[in-house]
Ligand binder design. Structure first.
Ligand code: PRT
Ligand code: ZN
Length: 285
């Protein structure tokens, strides 16, 4: 039987979350990343564990059909593959940073400066677009120490919390791109592989939608019901049922994580009571 072959990172920041996402999509793998390859039981999928840097090339070459990588790696490798799904984890940004004590008025301050990075393509494209000429030095690993050892005047690297920059006496001066984990796919998948990818994407979207939404139940005084219902539109429209106590209704709906606190505050102002918020296991979208 034909299987969809997926590349995921062998060990690193993407590994656990990639496996967890597949598991939630009904694809559990025995023995995890200790092997080079594992085969799923319930869905025709096999997983190959690789270094993240190699995944875009393997997908372009068709060694694997799809892969899960950081968007930064997808852009930097510049491979002929398609970005088919954004996954929302491993969020970070690629930024320029300089020593804390250096002054900074704007990008022109980097003119003719030495910038150390592991992402020369993204950096060169950015500098070119902005008309800045600088010396780009490629370093693999520990880019953040380059200024303190006199190897560079600035760095261009991944930033997440910003604590690595702070502990190396650096400050972030420009954010160049934002990144998250993404699914990339080979451009010449056969019909069967394409069908499997569509099924997998459908499952993954249901998992992601569920984690981005909550189920909400509350009691509403009937005289404010209309306003309350307007605050929580839900998937189609909320379910409204009368309570045993006259003058009150029970309202059920779905609420997105993003607007969560703003909506809860508004509901309390409108007199909603007994508000319960429940995680959603899967949401078929
Ligand atoms: O061995 P392999 O080549 O597979 O792994 P790797 O070491 O190249 O990659 P890994 O596991 O470190 O990161 C994989 C992907 O996770 C990256 O390509 C990004 O898309 C994403 N990601 C998310 C991050 C971070 N957050 C992150 N914080 N990748 C790296 N970092 C590093 C960064 O390089 C810097 O040194 O963490 C430091 C900054 O973190 P803060 O929190 O101190 O700002
Ligand atoms: Zn890597």
């Amino acid at each position: 039987m034909n299987r969809l072959r997926i590349a995921i990172q062998k060990s690193g920041r993407l590994s656990e979350k990639s496996l967890e996402l597949l598991r939630e999509a009904g694809i559990s793998l025995t023995n995890g990343s200790r092997k080079l390859l594992s085969v799923a039981q319930e869905f025709p999928v096999e997983v190959i564990y690789l270094r993240d840097d190699d995944i875009p090339q393997y997908v372009e070459d068709g060694v694997t059909d799809i892969g899960i990588v950081g968007e930064n790696e997808f852009v930097e490798r510049n491979c002929r593959v398609d970005l088919v799904e954004r996954l929302g984890f491993a969020r970070c940004r690629l930024s320029l940073a300089i020593p804390r004590s250096d002054s900074y008025q704007g990008l022109e301050d980097l003119e003719n400066k030495r910038i150390a990075t592991s992402y020369p393509l993204i950096l060169n494209n950015f500098l070119h677009e902005r008309g800045i000429k600088a010396e780009v030095h490629v370093i693999n690993g520990s880019v953040e120490i380059a200024p303190s050892i006199g190897l560079a005047d600035a760095i261009f690297d991944i930033v997440s919390s910003g604590s690595t920059l702070i502990s190396n006496g650096l400050k972030e001066v420009e954010t160049v791109m934002r990144s998250e984990a993404v699914i990339i796919a080979n451009r010449n998948l056969g019909e069967e592989q394409q069908g499997l990818l569509q099924d997998l994407r459908f499952r993954i979207r249901s998992v992601l939608a569920a984690s981005n939404n909550k189920y909400i139940l509350l009691n509403a005084p009937n005289d404010r019901l209309e306003e309350i219902v307007r605050v929580i539109p839900g998937m189609k429209s909320p379910t409204v049922m009368p309570l045993a106590e006259a003058g009150w209704s029970s309202v059920h709906s779905v609420l997105s994580e993003k607007e969560f606190w703003a909506v809860i505050d508004r509901l309390r102002e409108l007199g909603a009571q007994g508000i319960l918020v429940i995680p959603i296991e899967k949401m078929i979208v």
